[in-house]
Design a protein around this ligand. Structure first.
Ligand code: C2E
Ligand code: MG
Ligand code: MG
Length: 716
């Protein structure tokens, strides 16, 4: 190993003499400089074992060079021997030592003394270098450890026995979003660690982490929480391992941790999915079941009762069937939104599936609250929905039960709430019912009715009765309305009861088709048998659901053509209470019916909520004034309404028909008010066809020959 010595003197002769003396040393390279700046510039590039430095030099003297050397890390510890010719005073020596020199030699120097001193310094330098090499190797180990600690993705925090943070790796800084420097020296417990399991610990030594490590065990948890940036709690998984001093004493811990936010998110999502309905984000059946059981347990303890509401949409199936599932989904989301707005945060709203929703209302005044909520719900859901640009009317029926009065356990409560809801639906929808014991019988009856209705539909076990319409002045029959009749075990079942049931179950499609074909055929038969007056029309009721069928007009026209029935003989009645207003299919169907040549009557006029603007859009030919207004026709207010309707009809250019006329006085008053055509028990009840045929025969005599095929546009 070659060592270098720098010799600095402004006198060339001195340099030569020094070089000659030092030439005796083996493996030593001598570098010479003739000024302070030259010496410093050599020291910048080269590291030397020692410097022999002349004190008196022009410009920069030796002390100045020494003090520059002491300012640089690389040369701070390089030994310097000052060479000086003058002033052996203490003060002068002191200045030399102060500047960092380590020895003096006085000119003219003794070569032997010089060589001795130089040898000592060279030996020291050799030792220093060996030490440095060893340290470097040692440091390499340390550095590679550090590199390791710095590069792993897991956070690592070291703590001492007292729980004070001694080390934080960059990953830990990054995960926590906190500068390591601000953590060092802080207590781990409470600054970083806040696990739920350790919520009972009040100091470091009570933490499970400490206790495990103190016993020489590692501590692991995958549900830890660390305090991160801004005091945010970060879900972490961590392992703490004890560390030991060289003598084997437990002296702290190393905590290796991972941010498990992503995993937590997935877990939470899975948990959410198991408990919540993805479409509406409401609780699902699972959540409902546990919430119901919780409420029962709580009620048993507190003595307070709670309310359970079952809600079902009134026309969901129709929306799904006619507008598609996307529209159905959209509607459910909107419904969920509205329902949420009707309840308090503490009420538990769930969707069991389909269009079935449940609400649990806890608390002392749950009974009163349940009624208030039901009223709000029904009002809110009867407002039109706008789904994919279409306006829909839906409505809801609600069944209510109270625990413990109306069911001893969850399953009985659910059964009874469902029953109350069914009953509400059955009573005409858009209403709520609180469970009553005798509902069971009623509901069982209506369930049985559904079974019977299906059976009746299979055999089309229905009849049509016909109620004639009269011109009140001439008492002439000007048309008839076909009304369906169903007899079950010898007793008539009201269409007001089974038509909604048929709509609910979808049976209305086949029933409606049968009604249309039977009534249209009857109209053709009468037209061929009797000299019916011009404008005689057979009125056929259309259910809203039929009106949504995109193939309605096509099937009607196919049937009429095939059976050679002129559409002019027919008038289709739609109820004002349309659930879909202004929808494309609706208006297209109405326009299609008109294009065929059939009339369109708006039935039960006055009971719905049609705006004038809306009425004007419909291709109507007739307004049928509802019986409720006819009943009031002798009262001043009734008079006003009828007059208004008559005026409106004139304005729209449509006919008016009064429904449900039961007395002569009513007929008279209606005529005075300008309403000429009427239908009602006063003139005739709905009759089986053969009975009406007797009347038709009286009024119009038998036709000599059926004139109909020409009218139908066909011919033999
Ligand atoms: P609507 O279309 O308004 O039919 C008139 C209802 O009033 C009929 O009841 C009729 O019997 C009754 N009515 C007529 N004159 C009087 C009267 O002077 N006094 C009283 N109190 N009632 C009178 P019905 O036959 O029970 O039908 C009830 C409803 O069922 C109908 O109301 C209609 O909406 C529906 N409906 C009947 N047949 C069919 C059908 O074939 N298809 C469809 N979709 N619905 C039908
Ligand atoms: Mg009708
Ligand atoms: Mg009516």
């Amino acid at each position: 190993m070659t060592q270098s010595i720098l010799i600095v003197d402004d006198q060339k002769a001195n340099l030569v003499a020094l070089e000659a003396t030092l030439a005796e040393l083996e493996n030593v390279e001598i570098i010479a400089a003739t000024s302070g700046p030259e010496a410093l510039s050599i020291l910048l590039k080269k590291s030397v074992a020692m410097v022999l430095l002349d004190v008196q030099m022009p410009g920069m003297d030796g002390f100045e060079v020494a003090s520059y050397m002491r300012q640089r890390a690389k040369t701070r510890h390089t030994p310097i021997i000052f060479l000086t010719a003058i002033n052996k005073e203490d003060g002068y020596l002191f200045k030399g030592y102060e500047s960092g020199g380590v020895d003096f030699l006085f000119k003219p120097f003794d070569p032997f003394v010089l060589l001795c001193k130089v040898r000592v310094f060279l030996e020291l330098d050799g030792q220093r270098r060996q030490l440095e090499d060893a340290l470097k190797k040692l440091n390499q180990v340390k550095t590679s450890n550090e590199v390791l600690l710095r590069s792993v993705g897991e956070g690592i925090i070291g703590v001492c026995l007292r729980g004070t943070i001694t080390f934080v790796n960059p990953a830990a800084e990054m995960i926590l979003g906190i500068h390591g420097a601000s953590l060092i020296g802080q207590p781990l417990f409470d600054t970083v660690i806040v696990t739920t399991q350790d919520s009972l610990a009040i100091n470091w030594q009570e933490t499970k982490l400490y206790q495990a490590c103190a016993q020489g065990r590692a501590y692991h948890t995958d549900v830890g929480a660390f305090r991160a940036h801004h005091n945010n709690l970060l879900p972490v998984e961590y392992t703490a391992s004890p560390t030991h001093s060289p003598s084997g004493q437990f002296d702290g811990a190393v905590i290796v941790f991972k941010d498990v936010t992503e995993r937590k998110k997935i877990e939470e999502q899975m948990h959410f999915m198991a408990q919540y309905d993805a479409l509406t984000e409401l609780g699902n059946r699972n959540l409902f079941n546990s919430a119901l059981n919780n409420s029962i347990t709580f009620s048993d303890h507190s003595g307070h009762s709670f309310a359970l509401l079952f809600m079902d949409l009134d026309r969901f199936k129709q929306v799904n069937d006619t507008l598609g599932h996307d529209a159905g989904d959209e509607l459910l989301k909107e419904v969920a939104k509205r329902v949420r707005a009707c309840i308090r945060d503490t009420d538990q709203l769930c969707r069991l599936g389909g269009d079935e929703f449940t609400i649990i209302i806890n608390g002392e005044s749950s009974e009163r609250a349940s009624i208030r909520v039901s009223e709000k719900l029904i009002h809110s859901l009867s407002q039109p929905f706008e789904i994919f640009g279409q306006e829909l009317y839906v409505g809801a029926s609600v069944g209510i039960v109270y625990y413990p009065q109306m069911g001893k356990d969850a399953s009985e409560l659910i059964r009874n709430a469902d029953m109350a809801m069914y009953q509400a639906k059955h009573e005409g929808r858009n209403r709520y019912r609180v469970f009553e014991q005798d509902m069971k019988v009623q509901v069982e009856e209506s369930m049985a009715l559904e079974v019977e209705l299906r059976r009746a539909v299979e055999n089309m076990d229905f009849q049509l009765h016909y109620q004639p319409k009269f011109d009140m002045r001439s008492r002439q029959i000007v048309g008839a309305e076909a009304l369906i009749r169903w007899t079950l075990s010898g007793k008539p079942v009201s269409p007001g009861l089974f038509i909604p049931l048929a709509e609910e179950t979808g049976l209305i499609d086949s029933i409606g088709r049968w009604v249309f074909e039977t009534a249209a055929s009857k109209a053709r038969e009468w037209a061929s048998r009797f000299h019916l007056p011009a404008g005689f029309r057979m009125s056929i009721n259309l259910s809203v659901q039929q009106l949504q069928d995109p193939r309605l007009v096509e099937t009607m026209s196919e049937f009429l053509q095939q059976a050679r029935i002129p559409a002019q003989l027919l008038e289709l009645e739609i109820t004002e209470n349309l659930f879909l207003e202004r929808t494309k299919i609706n208006l297209e169907n109405l326009a299609g019916i008109r294009a065929l040549g059939a009339g369109i009557a708006l039935d039960d006029f006055g009971t719905g909520y049609s705006s004038m603007g809306y009425l004007a859009q419909l291709p109507l030919t007739v307004l049928k004034i509802d019986k409720t207004f006819v009943d009031d026709v002798e009262e001043p207010q009734g008079t006003a309404i009828i007059s208004a309707v008559v005026a409106l009809a004139r304005g729209l250019g449509v006919e008016v028909v009064a429904e449900g006329v039961e007395h002569a006085d009513q007929a008279e008053r209606l005529t005075e008010l300008g309403c000429i055509t009427a239908q009602g028990f006063y003139f005739s009840k709905p009759l089986p066809p053969h009975e009406l045929e007797v009347l038709l025969q009286q009024q119009f005599q038998l036709a000599q020959s059926p004139p109909l095929d020409e009218a139908a546009g066909g011919g033999h």
